[in-house]
Design a binder for this molecule. Structure first.
Ligand code: GDP
Length: 299
C-alpha cells in the first residue's frame, strides 16, 4: 500500500539528511521531490503545500553535532504529511446519526461507475448494523442495467431492507419512498445509491440535484476509487459543483500502490475522508484515521 509515496518521501529524507540542511540543500531536494510526488499522483496544490510546510519546518533548524539528521528530517516530513492529511472538519458519523432528533438520517452516495459505490454502501450498512443501527437502502440507480439486482444482492447478504422501483423510474421517488418507509418503522439510516455513469453530463447533474432536493440528505458522500489517482479529484470537483459533497469514502486502498489520491483528496476538495475501503469483503471498511495512513506511508 502506498509504496510509491513511501519510496519518494523516504528518498527525500535520505537525501536531505546527507546535507547541511541549509536553505539551498532543502530547496534542491524539494525540487526533485515535487516531480516525484506528481508522479505518485499527488495533486499539484497539495505538492505545493507539502513543500512549503517541509521547508518551513527544516530551514533554519540548528543541527547540533552528534544529532541524527535523518530523524530530524523525517520528523519534519511526517509532521507536514500529517497536517495535509488532517482536515479541519472531522465527521463522527455515529455521533452525528445519534444526535439527529428526527429519524431517519439520510446519506446520498455519488460517484462514477466502477468506483465501488454499491459495495461501499453494503459495507457501510454492515458497519452501521454492527454499531446497533437499523438501515434501509434505496435503489436509486434506476439507469444502469443490472444495478438494481446488484444492490439487491448486496442488501440481502448484509441483511438490510432494500426499497426499489423499476428501471427508468424516478430515482428521487425511490429515495423518497425509502425515507417514508424508514419514518414509518423508526429505521435509523437511509443509504441512497445513485447512478454513476462514466462522465458527468447535464442529465446526471439534474438527477443528482433532484435527489438532493427531494431527500434533503444529512450527508452527501462522494465514493472515489483511489486507483484513479489524480483523476478522482476532478471527478469529486464536478460532483461538488452539482451537489455539495460533505465527505469522501476512498475505495481500493488495499490495491493502491501510489497513495497520491489518498494524500490529496480531502485537501483538494475541502471535504474530509470518512472511511476507506481496504478490500472486497463487507468488513473491509475502516473509519479513516490520519495516523493510520501516516503509519502506512512511513512505517
Ligand atoms: P460501482 O459501479 O461504483 O457501484 O462499483 P461496485 O460496488 O460494483 O465495485 C466495483 C468493483 O470494485 C467490485 O469488484 C468491488 O468488489 C470492488 N471494490 C469495491 N471496493 C473495494 C475495495 O476497497 N478494495 C478492492 N480491492 N476492491 C473493491
Amino acid at each position: 500500500m502506498f509504496g510509491k509515496l513511501k519510496e519518494k518521501l523516504s528518498s527525500f529524507v535520505d537525501k536531505v539528511a546527507q546535507t547541511e540542511i541549509s536553505e539551498k540543500d532543502v530547496e534542491n531536494a524539494l525540487w526533485d521531490l515535487e516531480l516525484e510526488l506528481l508522479e505518485a499522483d499527488v495533486a499539484l496544490e497539495v505538492v505545493d503545500e507539502l513543500k512549503e510546510k517541509i521547508k518551513q519546518k527544516l530551514v533554519g533548524q540548528k543541527v547540533k553535532i552528534g544529532t541524527n539528521k535523518r530523524e530530524i528530517v523525517e520528523k519534519a516530513v511526517k509532521e507536514a504529511v500529517l497536517e495535509v492529511l488532517t482536515h479541519e472538519r472531522h465527521i463522527d458519523l455515529l455521533e452525528m446519526i445519534k444526535s439527529k432528533k428526527e429519524k431517519p438520517f439520510v446519506i446520498v452516495f455519488v460517484g462514477f461507475n466502477g468506483s465501488g459505490k454499491t459495495t461501499t454502501i453494503a459495507k457501510l450498512a454492515n458497519w452501521l448494523k454492527k454499531n446497533g443501527l437499523s438501515v434501509v437502502i434505496a435503489a436509486s440507480d434506476t439507469f444502469r442495467a443490472g444495478a438494481i439486482e446488484q444492490v439487491e444482492e448486496h442488501a440481502k447478504r448484509v441483511g438490510v431492507k432494500l426499497i426499489k422501483h423499476g428501471y427508468k423510474s424516478d430515482p428521487a421517488a425511490v429515495a423518497y419512498d425509502a425515507i417514508e418507509h424508514a419514518k414509518a418503522r423508526g429505521i435509523d439510516v437511509v443509504l441512497v445509491d445513485t447512478a454513476g455513469r462514466n462522465e458527468l453530463n447535464r442529465n446526471l447533474m439534474d438527477e443528482m440535484k433532484k435527489i438532493v432536493r427531494v431527500t434533503k440528505p444529512d450527508l452527501v458522500i462522494f465514493v472515489g476509487d483511489a486507483l484513479a489517482g489524480n483523476a478522482i479529484i476532478e471527478q469529486a470537483r464536478q460532483f461538488n459543483e452539482a451537489v455539495r459533497i460533505d465527505g469522501v469514502i476512498l475505495t481500493k486502498l488495499d490495491a493502491d500502490a501510489r497513495g497520491g489520491a489518498a494524500l490529496s483528496i480531502a485537501h483538494a476538495i475541502g471535504a474530509p475522508i470518512l472511511f476507506v475501503g481496504v478490500g472486497q469483503g463487507y468488513d473491509d471498511l475502516m473509519p479513516f484515521d490520519e495516523k493510520w495512513m501516516l503509519e502506512k506511508i512511513f512505517g
